[in-house]
Ligand binder design. Structure first.
Ligand SMILES: CC(C)(COP(=O)(O)OP(=O)(O)OC[C@H]1O[C@@H](n2cnc3c(N)ncnc32)[C@H](O)[C@@H]1OP(=O)(O)O)[C@@H](O)C(=O)NCCC(=O)NCCS
Length: 196
């Protein structure tokens, strides 16, 4: 929790607010979301119903128990407004993971995601014991680039044709932070920035 913004694990009772937010925000979210090529395009409402959430939660819990994923609900004053998912967790000599995230358009531009992502990265690089977190972002996604730049992620390069999004293989800029970069909690880098 930092100010009004907190992150916590998902619960079954998040089904309704998650579904409402996802359906209301289809135009806002769909240009940035990857999907497996070759699979038929399910209607957005069907893929984001409360029932779809329950199935997603079962999958997320299975992946979490296996140590491959850490999904977080993003809360503002007790209401669910978004999600941060830490996935592709690899241990061994790598100790790395990648993050994906979204917020409801109604709360965009208030610094909610920088705070939520900062809290998650701090947790992953301390309590969870990971060494590195990466974020891969389409060069066209100005708001998302702002989030990682505010938090001081390092830009590491361009991955051509990296993810299948919106009907094609899209280039992504890669950003990362390692535990050596955290001389202080990541969220404290935001203090004094507009919107915090
Ligand atoms: C990317 C995203 C999570 C940013 O979350 P956020 O909580 O709005 O982050 P911020 O408040 O720091 O705003 C980031 C930038 O969004 C832009 N922005 C500000 N107000 C906005 C608004 N009302 N609507 C849209 N964008 C806005 C600004 O460029 C802002 O940067 P600035 O603070 O330097 O002006 C959010 O835009 C989102 O969910 N987008 C759709 C899904 C997505 O792109 N996910 C990431 C995929 S890599």
């Amino acid at each position: 929790m930092q100010g009004d913004v907190g992150v916590r694990p998902f619960r079954l009772r998040d089904a309704q607010p998650w579904s409402e937010a996802r359906i209301r925000n289809e135009d806002w979210l769909s240009p940035w979301e990857g999907r497996q090529p070759g699979l038929p395009d399910a209607p957005w409402e069907e893929g984001h119903s409360p029932g779809a959430f329950a199935a997603m939660l079962r999958g997320m819990r299975r992946e979490s128990r296996a140590g491959r994923q850490l999904p977080f609900a993003v809360m503002v004053n007790g209401s669910l407004v978004g999600q941060v998912t830490v996935s592709n967790v690899v241990r061994g000599a790598f100790q790395s993971a990648s993050v994906g995230y979204w917020v409801d358009r109604e709360v965009a531009g208030r610094g909610v995601m920088p705070t939520a992502l900062g809290l998650v990265v701090d947790h992953c690089l301390t309590v969870v014991g990971l060494h590195r977190i990466e974020a891969n972002i389409r060069p066209e996604n100005g708001p998302s680039l702002r989030v990682v730049r505010k938090l001081g992620f390092r830009e590491e390069g361009l991955h051509p044709r990296f993810l299948f999004i919106d009907g094609g293989w899209r280039d992504h800029l890669s950003f990362a932070v390692t535990v050596e970069d955290l001389t202080e909690p990541m969220v404290s880098r935001l203090v004094g920035l507009p919107g915090q």
